[in-house]
Design a protein around this ligand. Sequence first.
Ligand code: SF4
Length: 450
Amino acid sequence: MVKKQIADFGVQQALRMLRTNPDKAIPRLLDGMDLIARGSMPSQRRTVRATLEDKNSNVYGLLQRGLTEVDPDFFDHLVKTFAIDVSFDGWAKQEAMRKELGCNIPWAILLDPTSACNLHCTGCWAADYGNRLNLSYDDIESIVKQGIELGVHFFIYTGGEPLIRKADIIRLCEAHPDCAFLSFTNGTLVDQEFCNEVKRVKNFVPAFSVEGDRESTDARRGEGVYDKVVAAMKLMHENGLPFGVSCCYTSENFESVSSDAYVDQLIDWGALFVWYFHYMPVGSDANTHLMVTPDQREVMYHTIRRWRVEKPIFPMDFQNDGQFVQGCVAGGRRYLHINAAGDADPCVFIHFSDSNIHEKSLLECLQSPLFMAYHDGQPFNDNHLRPCPMLENPEKLREMIERTGAKSSNLEGEETVEELCSRCDRYAEHWVETADRLWEANHAHADFTH
Ligand code: SF4
């Protein structure tokens, strides 16, 4: 406890100094982080140090943006929570638990507070299964408390539209100031009152879905939605609140969302991070033509890496960044997903489950046959550009589901593992050549262990 107070104080001091004398503060902050980390997350710390010490790096630029664009109290509180509680303290406890319990312990928990949504986007399951399912406040509170016991301090809301439950979301932020909460959102429910509440609790960050220009957004999500999302980002920015963007890239929107104009626009709106997700052919109405081609995925691979050097925003690519996390992070290895019915899915894209939080504790879910199959099978491929047991190695998911007897937890309508994986077979086969070439040229001989 005393150690934590000292660490809190040190980070607080360094953050204060950052505003007046960044050149002196950055090395101090980094040394302090090393001390707090006590050896954990070494490769991540090395990357942060290298980029923060380079004044031309995008992280340095991003830090400047955080310091000037985000409310100082909010910024300091969030950095402290994220650096100490979520990352270093949390990580050390998770590591200890992993060893002690012999199963995966996550770094983050994704959960759907509701399956309901106020929009009816083409292709989204929330429109189909509508207003029927919710995790109660007590359910979510219990997941958060059980998570904290295991060292988890980071919770990410998916859905449905999580902000339909914004009163509960704020209440949870308030009850757990040592946790950080992020929410994917369509942005249409953000107003000044909500911004006031977010500013008060200081541990909530939204990621707005922006998947193209006005025309394509409104065609998919409904007339006027694009302008509402832009207005929500503007309001957050005016209030000095941090936010990011999430973007599902497909063969159709690929050109627009991989352009410099798109990312420059996000920076202009005030987004601090952008999280790209590859289109996954999940559900019986999935359209395999929306899956990107190997060439498109390769362009994305290079573009995101270039942006990491050139643009003052933090871009992540869920499917192409496996090198930083040693492959698949699902099944509780770094995260799991709990849907609005309480089913514990290994991944937000893989709706199969053998456990429900209404019947089992979080730890029992992590020790279930399906989660242990993930634990024992990871990494699913030595090439971390082919990390997924569904998308790039569909035979692995088939085997795990058949062996463990996990059932479909797809709320839109049950599908068999064969139906899901057969939509990935061709993609997996086509991606091998590009993935192996990129891996061999850029990563195969790197040392990821330190
Ligand atoms: S299961 Fe696939 S999509 Fe999910 S985290 Fe693992 S690699 Fe990524």
